[in-house]
Design a protein around this ligand. Structure first.
Ligand code: 5GP
Ligand code: MN
Length: 335
């Protein structure tokens, strides 16, 4: 974030723009947290800002301050369309390719607004006037803190902003566990606690609100897990029937993929979840095993080196067959 970029944003805000703040499809803790953190900050500055999400987000994030202010395209398409069409300044958060906004993509592509991107994924597209891209950052929430600080607003951060940003840092680092957790992540988290984020309470609200059904679904997932020992890879499958049996609700499978990485010697974990006529795939890895490449090359997706996602248009069996076919050559680069 150069001084010049920050000045550009200040100049844009001085024009009293109509602002939309956009997270990616299936917003996670970092996407919702960063959008709401920025939303509270811009409101504090007196700006006209609205968060517009393509679709709904999990219940374990619904308690976040102002979460109910989020305009969800799936629920209110006309209102969301009007908001984006009226926008003169659009912040895109936690994604860097317009296609990740899904149902909002055509509206964003047609928009005449000025764009500002804040994001920590690899290989940003060039659609923004100001691109804050930092793939080494733990989370977009960490970047939003740094952005607010650079704007001169660190001391204006209150409990609402702090709570939102802390939540996203916590979820995107797997509770300060992943390699992306740097010393600056802790410095930012500490500052957010000082500004009113209750770390223990936030942790409980996100992680200790399981339904019994969700734990049963986890149990089924673990039963389904396959460990390809010679390739150091584990994968889980979940069919539509299994999801239905345990009354699947949005967000229920969040984090399941990580169990595959807890097997001793495991370097790569995958989960295949049937969603209608396609399969949603999540990939996780350790060290230099680059699942972003695997997702890009074979599963129409992307993400980060150690956490990526994608899709397969076909059956779960076909998706798994492709995975098993490509994994030996892919992992042989690393092992
Ligand atoms: P998850 O597996 O939790 O859905 O996503 C893990 C990471 O991969 C996230 O950073 C997410 O932004 C990215 N990701 C997930 N699905 C896709 C996808 O379909 N396309 C791209 N480019 N990235 C994805
Ligand atoms: Mn993120």
């Amino acid at each position: 974030m150069t001084i010049q970029d920050i000045q550009t944003v200040k100049d844009l805000l001085a024009e009293q723009p109509v602002i939309s703040i956009i997270p990616h499809k299936n917003p996670d803790g970092d996407a919702v947290g960063s959008c709401l953190g920025l939303y509270h900050y811009l409101k504090q500055l007196g700006c006209n800002a609205t968060v517009v999400a393509p679709n709904d987000f999990p219940n374990f994030l619904k308690w976040m301050p102002a979460a109910t202010d989020i305009l969800i395209y799936d629920n209110e398409p006309e209102k969301a369309t009007a908001q984006i069409e009226a926008s003169t300044l659009i912040f895109t958060l936690d994604f860097n390719s317009l296609k990740r906004a899904d149902t909002l993509t055509p509206l964003l592509e047609a928009s005449v607004a000025t764009f500002v991107m804040i994001d920590h994924h690899e290989a940003p597209e060039e659609y923004a006037k100001v691109t804050f891209s930092q793939p080494e950052a733990s989370s977009t929430c960490e970047m939003v803190y740094v952005f607010i600080e650079a704007m001169g607003g660190a001391l204006q951060i209150g409990a609402e902003i702090a709570t939102c940003l802390y939540t996203g840092i916590m979820t995107d680092t797997g509770n300060f566990k992943y390699q992306s957790t740097h010393s600056n992540t802790y410095r930012v988290a500490a500052a957010l606690i000082d500004r009113g984020a209750n770390n223990s309470e936030i942790n409980g609200k996100v992680y200790d609100t399981n339904s019994f059904d969700r734990l049963q679904l986890l149990s089924a997932s673990l039963q389904n897990m396959v460990f390809l020992k010679e390739y150091h890879a584990a994968y889980i499958t979940l069919t539509a029937e299994e999801l239905q049996r345990f009354n699947f609700r949005k967000g229920d499978t969040e984090g399941f993929v990580n169990y595959g990485l807890t097997i001793e010697g495991s370097k790569l974990a995958a989960i295949f979840i049937q969603e209608g006529n396609f399969v949603k795939i999540s990939l996780r890895s350790k060290g230099n095993v680059d699942v972003n490449m695997l997702a890009r090359e074979h599963f129409k997706g992307g993400g980060h080196i150690n956490a990526a996602g994608g899709r397969y248009d076909g059956t779960i069996e076909q998706a798994v067959a492709l995975f098993r076919e490509v994994i030996p050559a892919f992992l042989s680069q690393y092992i």
